[in-house]
Design a protein around this ligand. Structure first.
Ligand code: ASP
Length: 344
């Protein structure tokens, strides 16, 4: 009898603990209304506040986010693969100087651009990643080529660049990646460093502008991809989370796909993308619960800033971030959303 009471008490305790830890209301978590396809993107998280934004800048960001979503949605709508959709969607953001990826990549301490990218397909757990390249126009395509045309998952620097040349990817003069805005941002940081001024939390140079996309296609395959220039003033060939499978990118058809943006070191240490999928796989968490707990509880407590976009096998979408804003958007058949600031 005592044993039975004990057992019931323990069960009740476990159940109530799990619910209080979550403190998150599941939203739109259902498999009854799985859409035919779904796509979600981000263009980086950080100190993005309305007060610092002109109306013009605000609408240019929204225009590119919508163009990227249009591109991916067209592919998914016509029955294309989530892999093609993620690659094409990320190309749009890599070609824009607005985001810290491809054309708009930030500068390293030595005044160069060094791109990182990764991609993963949830049906077979195939993945590809590249780091520290400076002449590949679309780093996300290099990540895809590594996945599809090599035996490896990850390639770096000169090796990755020569592989890109071998498989015929578009290469550009490294000068192509110069933008005045990113150059000035590096100069400001270098000056502050010289004067030994610590960055304040709302520092304009502490914005993360990585781009990412997760898509679910009509066959039920989830693909996730992420592309970045890393962090301004990075040194010693520093590599962030974006090209690290399980940290910045993860996809599994059985659970979800995730693409991250934020302070990469934290996302690597806490294996953020995989952790969200693992909570769904081994725990009883919904996508919304898992991603909110990781970003707005665990990461926040540890001091890691940033966010993720995530999409589960039933087309549920979650976009938590613990910064002032995150460029983000999603599409499902007949539904659409684009947001920048927290309060929208
Ligand atoms: N996560 C990227 C990195 O640490 C930066 C970013 O998201 O902007 O390299």
């Amino acid at each position: 009898m005592i044993r039975m009471y004990l057992c019931i008490t323990v069960c009740l305790l476990i159940f109530s603990c799990k619910r209080t830890v979550d403190q998150v209301q599941p939203t739109q978590e259902s498999d009854l209304n799985t859409p035919e396809y779904a796509i979600v993107i981000h263009g980086g998280a950080g100190t993005i506040v309305r007060e610092n934004m002109t109306a013009e800048k605000d609408s240019s960001y929204r225009a590119i986010l919508n163009l990227a979503l249009d591109t991916g949605e067209k592919i998914l709508e016509s029955g294309g693969s989530s892999l093609d959709a993620v690659e094409a969607t990320i190309h749009i953001m890599e070609d824009s100087p607005l985001f810290n990826a491809g054309k708009g990549a930030v500068f390293t301490h030595d005044g160069k651009n060094a791109h990182d990218a990764s991609i993963m397909v949830g049906s077979n757990q195939m993945a590809g990643a590249s780091t520290g390249t400076s002449n590949v126009k679309h780093p996300i395509s290099l990540a895809r080529a590594i996945m599809e045309k090599s035996k490896h998952v990850m390639m770096a620097g000169i090796g990755a660049e020569s592989f890109a040349a071998e498989v015929g990817l578009e290469q550009v003069d490294p000068k192509y990646f110069y933008t005045e805005r990113r150059w000035n941002s590096l100069q400001r940081i270098l000056q502050k460093e010289e004067a030994d001024i610590k960055f304040s939390a709302d520092d304009v140079d502490k914005k993360h502008g990585t781009v990412g996309c997760v898509a679910l296609d009509k066959s039920g395959t989830i693909t996730a991809g992420t592309s970045t220039g890393g962090m301004t003033n990075k040194r010693y060939d520093r590599i962030g989370d974006s090209p690290v499978i399980g940290a910045g990118t993860f996809a599994d058809n059985a659970t979800c796909g995730v693409s991250a943006t934020g302070h990469g070191e934290y996302f690597i240490r806490y294996t953020v993308a995989r952790d969200i999928a693992a909570m769904m796989e081994y725990g009883d968490y919904t996508l919304e619960e898992a991603s909110q707990i990781i970003i707005n509880k665990k990461l926040l407590e540890k001091g890691g800033t940033g966010g993720v976009v995530a999409l589960d096998k039933n087309g549920n979408i979650s976009m938590p971030f613990n910064t002032a804003g995150m460029y983000r958007g999603w599409r499902k058949p007949g539904e659409s959303y684009v947001g920048i600031y927290k309060e929208e």
